[in-house]
Ligand binder design. Structure first.
Ligand SMILES: Nc1ncnc2c1ncn2[C@@H]1O[C@H](COP(=O)(O)OP(=O)(O)OP(=O)(O)O)[C@@H](O)[C@H]1O
Ligand SMILES: [Mg+2]
Length: 236
């Protein structure tokens, strides 16, 4: 699902924390958002998800450019997942129950996701007893259960080991390539952005500094701020 932001601002009191002339996330892309702490990345993602309202500007979804947030087709995964106090399989099945899926289709979908993310052996385990990597995989499986058209992820692998990060990255690539799901991921892991993202956007102080193909932009950025950020310098 395409998302287009026009003149979007978020202002707290006298502070403008997000100020974007235009940003387009094309349908079917795997889009990375990078930038220092406080740049406005989460604010941007939350506005795209419809859980936060912009102070000014418009957000359009899909090619028919509706301004109504299509909540049923969007899902957001946080750095620290919030899981229901029940088993792994019931967590994953929950959005499907809410949507009234038939029991046999629901079972099939849950099995498939547990298989893909190596969660089958944990199916009966209570969510609060899982490790943080396992929790994040359950959160991702649950987010993907109903085949969202737009998947938004806010630093989903920030506290996750390389092997589990790899599993999550493979899953994101798979649903993006095979199901055409549009994915937007915030990450501080620039190697991750290089590995999985098609396009990236660099934010700084609420503004879009640079956007372009990840492979190019992260190797040879045009903007000095992006270069400094990639080189690990502290940006003022
Ligand atoms: N409810 C709020 N009231 C006031 N200021 C806020 C509020 N929420 C966020 N901000 C400010 O907006 C700015 C952008 O925050 P945001 O969380 O979007 O940054 P971020 O790029 O996601 O940073 P990080 O990499 O640390 O997660 C920050 O300076 C933050 O203090
Ligand atoms: Mg953030």
């Amino acid at each position: 699902m395409q998302v287009k932001l026009e003149g979007v601002k978020k202002i707290y009191g006298s502070r403008t924390v997000l100020d974007l002339e235009e940003l387009i996330v094309e349908e079917g892309c795997l889009f990375g958002i990078i930038g220092p702490n406080g740049a406005g990345k989460s604010t941007l993602l939350n506005i795209m998800a419809g859980i936060d309202a912009q102070t000014e500007g418009k957000v359009y979804y899909g090619t028919d450019r509706t301004e109504i947030t299509p909540y049923r087709d969007i899902t957001l995964v946080f750095q620290s997942p919030y899981l229901l106090r029940t088993t792994v399989e019931k967590n994953i099945a929950y959005p499907l129950k809410l949507r009234g899926w038939q029991e046999n289709m629901l079972r099939e979908r849950v099995e498939e996701l547990m298989e893909d993310l190596d969660l089958t052996r944990l199916r009966k385990q209570k969510a609060w007893t899982l490790s943080s990597g396992e929790m994040q995989k359950v959160a991702l499986a649950r987010a993907l259960s109903f085949r969202p058209k737009l998947l938004l992820l806010d630093e989903p692998t920030a506290n996750i080991d390389p092997a589990t990060t790899g599993e999550i990255e493979r899953m994101l690539k798979k649903i993006n390539e095979q199901e055409g799901t549009t994915v937007v991921i915030i990450t501080h892991n620039l190697s991750q952005a290089k590995r999985i993202c098609g396009n990236t956007a660099m934010l700084h102080k609420g503004r879009l500094v640079e956007t372009g193909p990840a492979a190019l932009m992260l190797k040879d950025p045009e903007n000095p701020l992006t270069k400094a950020f990639i080189d690990g310098e502290l940006l003022s």
